[in-house]
Design a protein around this ligand. Sequence first.
Ligand SMILES: [Fe+2]
Ligand SMILES: [Fe+2]
Length: 359
Amino acid sequence: MGNFSSEVEKAFDNLSEIRRGKLDLRWMYANPSGWNSRARPRDERGLTLEDVNAVGTYGVVPERGGTHGSMAPRGCEVPPQTPSLGCYDLNDKSLVWADNVAKLYEEAVARQWSSARDVPWGELTPQPEDLERAMCQVCTNLSEVEFIAGDMPAKWLWHINHDFHEVKCFLATQIMDEARHLEVFRKRALANGGGLLAASPGSEELLRLIIEAPDYTVASALMHILGEGFVLTLFRNGEMFALTPVEKKIFRLCMQDEARHVAYGTMHLKYFLERHPEREGEIHEILRQGEEATFSLNLNRENAEARAILAGGGLDHIEEGIEKVRYLFMKQIQEYLHRLKVAGIDRSSRLAIPVELPL
Ligand SMILES: [Fe+2]
Ligand SMILES: [Fe+2]
């Protein structure tokens, strides 16, 4: 045999023992209490994570993730010589968990869509120049902010202990969702005679706050509840900005995805605060900063003008558009405060920004 490392030589030894019929087979009888599992689908959704969690102790999610520090899947036997990889530092369930996370993962997988196939691109029609330019600006900005929504879960995902695989799976779907969002708005900008317009220097402050947030829960409160909450309300009112069936469909499809991200963030903050009430002040402080940054993002020239032109139906009707944007802002604030209340935080008297835009 050639010059191989001892590791490779050991693998050869294993192979030759197996060939000679000297089998180990101890693995066959590992984890006896986890044997005899018969997970069954409970409904038409098929065999879900929750169905599998209903079997034996496989659904018992520990408060503190496995201290072995390996990638061993929850519920298996972990041999004592399994090396710790030393890179998982989100080991407390309260730091990442939400009670709806397994369900949201299944919903995400079932509702994936394709921006290439599921948007009726053939129904785009030529638009007056002011409206096309406004749409392209809105799409440029949405594409810009969608990047953070993928980067934030990507930044934290690999820190999370594998015993919380439901959270990891869900965040993986979010990363895919956000990839689709950033490219669907890019496609719309390039599909109807226009193109990308200007990036928003004013948006970057909020995005920086999210990516540099000191821990996962703070980042999640900022992004899943505040940032994506505002975007969800915008998509929910997408009719206000849509020019053709194409934008209507895009907003509707993105809205379904955003609703999941916001639902996870809201329930995660609730789970976290129930266990760490002493951290409420810290969450208030980051939300205060986030509110100010969101306010300036919403009202910077390129976003506010483009949205008002679309909502009003053209430059000549911008006054009407501003009225509609005011209404949207009011809804954004109301829904934001409501979600926080569900999570256990009352910011109604502490908001750092007005509840209504001044006339
Ligand atoms: Fe998104
Ligand atoms: Fe999102």
